[in-house]
Design a protein around this ligand. Structure first.
Ligand SMILES: [Zn+2]
Ligand SMILES: [Zn+2]
Length: 147
């Protein structure tokens, strides 16, 4: 779906299909994440939408409700900041794409055009691994590499 069609009506439909009431806060969060292009933390969402009169706890609740309804993916990238992004594949339970975090500036990028395949060797190691939910690559982003 092109980003331009992600308007209020789109957001309302998405919420209804997920069985959620299309409240103003949920619609605003969904639209913000649709255009964000990278995972957003609760603080990012508050910063972006605070001016529209939504308080922090409302936005926090929205994010978690929509994650539980599987509209959003909750990312835990090991830096104690929980981030959310719009799920691309409806209902998918596995990871959708890897993320890249710059160790210099902290920028986080979605590697939507990358695929990471992990092939465990034979034997019981597959069970040890369980389910991989997130692949995170770290390094220096293009901007930081050139400085
Ligand atoms: Zn960087
Ligand atoms: Zn992503």
């Amino acid at each position: 779906m092109p980003a331009t069609s992600r308007d209020t009506n789109w957001a309302k439909n998405v919420l209804r299909e997920a069985g959620l009431r299309a409240t103003a806060a949920r619609v605003a969060v969904l639209k913000m994440l649709a255009v964000a292009g990278s995972p957003q933390s609760h603080a990012d969402v508050v910063e972006a939408l605070g001016d529209e009169g939504f308080d922090q706890s409302t936005l926090f609740r929205c994010l978690n409700e929509m994650a539980e309804s599987r509209l959003l993916t909750r990312l835990d990238l090991g830096d104690q900041i929980r981030r959310f992004e719009l799920r691309q594949i409806e209902g998918a339970d596995t990871l959708e794409h890897p993320h890249f975090m710059c160790v210099d500036c902290g920028k986080l990028l979605c590697l939507k055009d990358f695929k990471v395949a992990i092939s465990p060797s034979r034997g019981p190691r597959r069970d040890i691994l369980g389910t991989i939910t997130e692949v995170l690559l770290r390094g220096h982003c293009g901007q930081c590499s050139t400085e």
